[in-house]
Design a protein around this ligand. Structure first.
Ligand code: NAP
Length: 294
């Protein structure tokens, strides 16, 4: 396989595949020290047709490419770019793995008829990732308040994979936790788990006593009207993917601290986040190779 660019999380992926006795080509890892970084056995090379035509799997960083095909790597200072010409060298059975993809990458793959697997949105990966995400959110809350989480009044917005872990983590720390959701089944489960539920359309009536708000809903839910009702000391930690779900401008105008907190797993626990990716990718590639043999 070829692993192209990325951050510290990719080290775990590289180590895992070396352990599985795969042939691992590293592209964009110029500054990596094979001994010190524990990746002996991997082959540093360039992005070329010669390499790409030999591989079964192309592994891109968590964020894939940007809108022009550029790939970031913290391990090299050169620019890396993935083009349709590059992809055309891949064997027909090869799979491209990425955390997430932008339209550029999807278009590129569509044009060549290859398969693209986005792993960040898989349930298993999202649930495992919710653990370092919640820990990172707690870290941000501690850094930005002068009170303990224990005994504080918190709201978690959204009861998906991140929201549920966030609510449980806060509850475990002794906070009083309300959770906002829109589905009746979620409201029922929120109640069963001992949180105070509210429906999102009634949110405005549930925020006037909050100390902390953790948003996981990727839609504008913390509106002017909601911010207007929050106490002036409340802190909003917005975990939803950019641009988040908060009217940040209005929060600033009202003097309410609101922080967008993207990419927490990679920041607070790159090793764990890398292991989550490594375990998932190695399982997927093994399945892929098994299917090819059948
Ligand atoms: P998820 O499992 O899909 O949960 C999303 C939740 O938001 C669900 O409860 C969903 O409710 C709710 N929701 C979506 N749109 C809504 C709307 N318009 N109104 C009310 N509720 C709405 O997603 P997740 O894996 O928990 O991830 C949540 C967000 O966090 C995503 O944006 C993700 O990219 C981000 N994230 C950030 C980090 C970080 O480090 N900051 C880490 C992981 C994930 P329904 O079920 O009713 O649709």
């Amino acid at each position: 396989m070829a692993i192209v660019g990325g951050d510290a999380r990719q080290l775990e992926v590289i180590r895992k595949f070396i352990k599985c006795k795969a042939t691992v080509y590293l592209i964009g890892f110029d500054h990596l020290d094979e001994e010190k970084d524990g990746v002996r056995g991997a082959i540093k090379t360039e992005l070329s047709g010669e390499v790409l035509k030999r591989i079964d799997a192309l592994i891109l960083p968590i964020v894939g490419t940007d809108d022009e095909g550029n790939i970031e790597s913290i391990f090299c200072s050169r620019s890396l770019n993935l083009s349709e010409n590059d992809i055309s060298y891949l064997p027909k059975h090869a799979i491209i793995y990425t955390g997430m993809s932008r339209p550029y990458l999807r278009q590129l793959v569509d044009n060549t008829g290859l398969r693209l697997q986005e792993i960040l949105n898989r349930d298993d990966v999202a649930i495992y990732n919710s653990i370092p995400t919640a820990e990172g959110a707690v870290m941000m809350a501690i850094q930005n308040t002068d009170f303990t989480i224990h005994g504080s009044r918190c709201a978690v917005l959204g009861f998906g994979r991140t929201g549920m872990t966030m609510a449980r983590t806060l509850q475990g720390m002794g906070a009083k936790v309300k959770v906002g959701a829109r589905r009746p089944a979620h409201i029922a489960r929120i109640t069963e788990m001992g949180f105070t539920p509210f429906t999102m359309d009634e949110m405005i009536y549930h925020v006037s006593d909050l100390d902390l708000v953790f948003n996981t809903i990727p839609a504008k839910v913390i509106t002017k009207e909601v911010i207007e009702e929050l106490p002036r000391w409340a802190v909003i930690i917005d975990l939803a993917s950019s641009p988040g779900g908060t009217d940040f401008q209005y929060a600033e105008k009202k003097g309410i601290k609101a922080l967008l907190a993207p990419g927490l797993p990679g920041i607070v626990a790159p090793k764990t986040a890398g292991q989550i990716l490594a375990d998932t990718l190695s399982r997927l590639v093994k399945e892929q190779m098994g299917n090819q043999e059948e």
